[in-house]
Every structure is written in C-alpha cells, then in structure tokens.
Design a protein around this ligand. Sequence first.
Ligand code: ABU
Length: 375
Amino acid sequence: MRTTGSVTRVNSWNEWDPLRHVILGRADGCRIPPPEPAFRCRVSPGTEMEAGWGARPPETVAMANEELDGFARVLESLGVRVDRPSPLDFAKPVVTPDFETGSMMGCMPPRDVLVTVGNEILEATMSYRCRWFEYLAYRPLLEQYFREDPRMRWEAAPKPRLSDRSFKVDYFSKYATLKDRLPRVEAKDFLTTEVEPLFDAAELARMGKDIVVQHGFGANLAGIDWLRRHFPELRIHAMNFPADPHPMHIDCTLVPLRPGLVLANPARPMLPEQRLLFEKNGWQIVEAARPAHKSPPPLSYSSVWLSMNVLVVDPKTVCVEASETHQAEQLDRLGFEVIPVPFRKACPFGGGLHCATVDVYREGALEDYFPNQVA
Ligand code: ABU
C-alpha cells in the first residue's frame, strides 16, 4: 500500500477514500466528568457513572491504552501514518467567566473535537463544559501540520459560552422517562437552546459535497447554520432521528461506507423525507446488524450501537471491533475485507474505532455523490 511517507498533507472529503494519515486518541489521564448539562444525556440516573466522577481506575486506562496501541499497529500495517495527541492534566478544573466545572475529560475520542473537510481541519465548538479546552491536546499536532503543509487551512469555530443560557437546564429532570423524552425528541426539542452555535465534530457524516449533520443534543440549529455559512460550497443537511432518546454523535446512527452504500441504525430509523436524499441518488440504505452485546462495557457512556462505529480504511477494507461478529459478517457479505480490532476495553473512554480517530489524509478529491437534491 502506498503511504504519504513523512510528507504531511491535510485532505479528506469523505468517510471512505483510501486512508493514509490519522490522529488516534490516548486514554492517559482520562476522567469521568463531573455532572453538567450536556453530560447528563450520557449517564443513567443512579449509575456508577453518575455517582463516581473523577479519575478512571488506572488498570482500565492501561487496558484501553493497550488496545489503542494495538489499533495503531493495525493501521500502520495498512500503510496509515498514526499520530497521537499530547494529554494534558485533565484533573484541572475548567473555569471561564461563564461557568466552572470540576475537571476535563481526556483526549479520547478525537472525532468529537476535530473534523477534516478537504484541506481544512476545523476545531468544533463542543457542547460539554468539561471538553472546552480539549482542543489543546491536539494543538501540537495541528501546529506541526500547519508548518508542514502550506495548503492546510486551520480553523476554529467560535468558542461557546456554555452558560446556563445555552442549555434547558431542567430538560433531563422534566423528561426523565422514555415516555416523556421521545415526544420531545420527535418535536426536535433538544437539550440545547439556540443562543449560540454549538456542534461536536462527531455530528458530521462527510460524503463529498454533501455533509449530514445530526440535529440533537450535540448540535443545535445555530451550529448547523454556522457550518452552512462556513462551507458555502458544500451542502449541509440537518437530520434528526426521532427514535433516539439520546441523540449524540451520528457515527452510531448513520455511517457512510462507500459511494452508494450507507449503514443505518434500525433502532433509530431515518425519516422518509431524509431517506429521499439517498434514494434519489441510487444509494443503498442497509440496516446495521444487531450488536453482539446486550449492554455497553462498565463505565461507558456510549450505546451498544458502537457495533456499527467502524473505520473504513478504503472502499474495500473496514476495521470492525473484534467481538462484533454480526456486524463483521454483514460487512463481509457486503464485499468488504473486514479487519477485526479488539477495542471493547477502550470503548468506555468515549467510543469505537471511528470515534477514536480523526482523518488527516485520505486520497481523493471533492466529488458530488448526490447530484439529485431533494427540494
Ligand atoms: N460517540 C458515539 C456514541 C453514539 C451512541 O452511543 O450511540
């Protein structure tokens, strides 16, 4: 396989072109964040996650790092350059003029913080207070890329204030049960207000000229509008998935695999009007296989649908978590060479194989995969 060698180039337009360079997270110093509005959607009341914020048990950090290092070796064996962030002292409180919270979270998963669109790496606003300074763990790499690639665009979305005005602070107590929550989600009444643009980078699914952004707990309409104005040459589609009571990060819900093929979460179906974009352009929408596990691993704030959080290495090759055999078999049937990667112990730190990475360089140029737009 061809690699970019030591030459740094930033370029990635979609989720499937041949991958040559990624950033992969680290578990060092990662913490369970203190309670705060955005994090409330990720923890169930009364669980150890809600009660026990603070340092993660050191043995879990070591096991997660072992799996992350193993994933790095797999990617390197496929000709992908792997860079790692520089952990900060995540035990430090986060204090701004607008809020204070007891600690940071970590530098896993990077997919939430950075998104590459063409030759641009964009730092997202983020929607968690504990993640306000997380971009600093990636700054040494971004500074290096900026020095080494004269074409790189380095952008940062406006830092949000994340004061109590940015959230409906009583949202989770008011809509604690599924019965109360689902009608709110269906009505697109989410946790955040619209006083300022908010988006996590993991809400974007990139497909060349078209980017789908999940409107939910991790991106508000002002954030999606900001992205539209920031990328005027691209088409930004807001999508919501009304059956998901915790809509946060699109990469366990809608996962583009290659031109013409997208994996969809059967428990979070797309609305008919949203399917149209794919159907009018001859795309196949395949329901993801059922997850192998009935529950997430301990101290995890993701769902069992990390099963579909796969990393496409090129249109014929995909990395899948090693225990997710149903998902692996389905991708095999769809014509992929499936590379199993043990990652179950790293998952609690913020997600699966897609979450744990950020593309820096994929071969390929900007293309229009959806010439038939929906009015
Ligand atoms: N960061 C992806 C998590 C999404 C989910 O838990 O379904």
